[in-house]
Design a protein around this ligand. Structure first.
Ligand SMILES: Cc1cc2nc3c(=O)[nH]c(=O)nc-3n(C[C@H](O)[C@H](O)[C@H](O)COP(=O)(O)O)c2cc1C
Length: 223
């Protein structure tokens, strides 16, 4: 497939290292063309799938009433998460003043999206029709989530390459059934995995984030 929309001049490594969780720099006022979303989904289908059986599906929500309903559910779930000490992004001690200042900025950004999720031009919900993961052993739930998470990340990379921002979120899964009901997703058969806003970004300059050094997380030959 030849992309029709113009791409940002990013090298592969720049794309991989600057695809951030975008919240405050989402342009809520600029519509996102359907064709651009279609291109990102098409590219995401090049991701791997168990048994070469691509069971991933994307729900693209543009309808203002449905976006508002999902935004409200997300906000309620975010409220629960915010009271969860040690899990809420703003309650995690990163061990240094600099890192804690960055964490506080991320928390403020997450709070902002908690209020504005429903205002994004489009919401993307990544799903898998291969069944539900509830209560399954790890070997099987890994297959269910593995059939959608790489595709969703590819979607996000493709979106960034086209000047759009996304933010991986999972909090709505506290009320997954309520979101399924808003969208007519058959809850018993379809596992939702991720909800993301999709919008053009305000500016396109994003930087690599501070992350652990590779040598601190690699186990060569032995854990
Ligand atoms: C499994 C997972 C769940 C996440 N859930 C949320 C969420 O519900 N809400 C949110 O605002 N961000 C969520 N995030 C985004 C993270 O906060 C973000 O990836 C992290 O802070 C790093 O941000 P950065 O890549 O911009 O540096 C989630 C990310 C992952 C991988």
């Amino acid at each position: 497939m030849v992309p029709r929309m113009s791409l940002l001049p990013l090298t592969p490594d720049e794309l991989l290292s600057t695809t951030r969780a975008v919240r405050k720099r989402l342009d809520f006022d600029r519509p996102v063309p359907d064709d651009l979303i279609r291109e990102c989904v098409q590219l995401s289908m090049q991701s791997p799938s168990g048994s070469n059986d691509p069971t991933m599906q994307f729900v693209v929500v543009r309808d203002p009433a449905k976006k508002a309903a999902i935004g409200e559910i997300y906000q309620q779930c975010f409220g629960m998460y915010k009271n969860w000490d040690g899990v809420y992004i703003g309650s995690i001690d990163k061990g240094s003043d600099d890192a804690n200042a960055q964490q506080a900025r991320s928390a403020a950004s997450a709070d902002y999206l908690g209020e504005r999720m429903g205002d994004a031009p489009a919401l993307i919900i990544a799903c898998n029709t291969g069944g539900r993961a509830d209560g399954l052993p790890g070997s099987m739930s890994a297959n269910i989530f593995g059939n959608i998470l790489p595709a969703m990340w590819s979607f996000m990379l493709a979106a960034r390459a086209r000047g759009m921002g996304t933010c991986w979120t999972t909090l709505h899964l506290f009320q997954e059934q309520a979101v399924a009901d808003v969208l007519g997703i058959p809850f018993d058969q379809v596992q939702q995995a991720c909800l993301s806003p999709l919008a053009f970004t305000v500016g396109t300059d994003f930087k690599p984030a501070a992350r652990p050094d590779a040598d601190s997380i690699i186990h060569w030959d032995q854990w």
